[in-house]
Design a protein around this ligand. Structure first.
Ligand code: FMN
Length: 177
C-alpha cells in the first residue's frame, strides 16, 4: 500500500475481530518501529508486548475512561522510555508509538493509542494514584522507564474502512514563500 493511501486509511480502531495476530507480524511491526528517529540516536524506547488476554483485561482498568475498549484487543504494546538514555524519552516514545500504528496499518491491522503518562487511575481522585502506578503493580516495567502509552491492536471486525470526515485544515499550515 502506498504511504499516502496508508495515512489516509488509518483510523483509530476500538473494536477487534477474534483473528489471531501472528508472532512474526508483531515482530515485523516492532522492528519497523525500532527504526524511528530518536534524539541523539538514543533509541530510548522500550516495548512490552502483552498477548495474555487476562493481563490485557487487567490493563484496560488502568483508567476509568478511555481505556476500557482495549479489554478486547488481542495485542497491547506498552510503549516505555528509558529516562537515563535521554531527557527527550517522551518525544521518542511518541514517535515510536506512531511508527507502531503506521506499521500495524501497513500489515492490515487496526490500532488505537491509549494514553498512560500523567493520567489518573480514577479521574478526579488523585489519591488513587495514576495509570502508570497501577500498571506497575502487575507488569514488569523497568524502574528506569517511564510509560507513555499502550498501542492496542488487532484485526478489524469491519469490512469497510470508516471514512475520514472532510475537514478544512487550511488554518493549520502556514506558508512563507
Ligand atoms: C496522544 C494521544 C492520546 C490518545 N489517548 C487515547 C486514549 O486514551 N483513549 C482512546 O480511546 N483514544 C486515544 N487516542 C486516540 C485519539 O482519540 C484519536 O487518534 C483521535 O480521535 C483521531 O482519530 P483517528 O485516530 O481515527 O484519526 C489518543 C491519541 C493520541 C495521539
Amino acid at each position: 500500500m502506498d504511504f499516502f493511501e496508508l495515512t489516509s486509511r488509518r483510523r483509530s480502531l476500538r473494536k477487534f475481530s477474534d483473528r489471531k495476530v501472528e508472532h512474526h507480524t508483531i515482530e515485523k511491526i516492532l522492528n519497523a518501529a525500532l527504526t524511528a528517529p530518536s534524539s541523539r540516536n538514543s533509541h530510548s524506547t522500550r516495548f512490552l508486548v502483552v498477548e495474555d488476554r487476562a493481563l490485557i483485561k487487567h490493563m484496560s482498568y488502568m483508567r476509568d475512561y478511555g481505556s476500557a475498549f482495549m479489554a478486547e484487543a488481542p495485542v497491547a504494546v506498552l510503549v516505555m522510555g528509558d529516562k537515563n538514555a535521554t531527557d527527550l524519552w517522551v518525544d521518542n516514545c511518541a514517535i515510536s508509538a506512531t511508527f507502531v500504528q503506521l506499521a500495524a496499518e501497513a500489515e492490515g491491522l487496526g490500532s488505537c493509542w491509549v494514553h498512560v503518562a500523567g493520567r489518573e487511575h480514577a479521574k478526579g481522585h488523585p489519591e488513587m494514584g495514576d495509570a502508570e502506578s497501577y500498571l506497575r503493580t502487575f507488569l514488569p516495567i523497568p524502574e528506569d522507564c517511564g510509560v507513555e502509552c499502550v498501542i492496542a491492536m488487532g484485526y478489524s471486525p469491519y469490512t469497510e474502512v470508516k471514512p475520514r470526515p472532510e475537514k478544512d485544515n487550511s488554518d493549520k499550515v502556514a506558508w512563507l514563500k
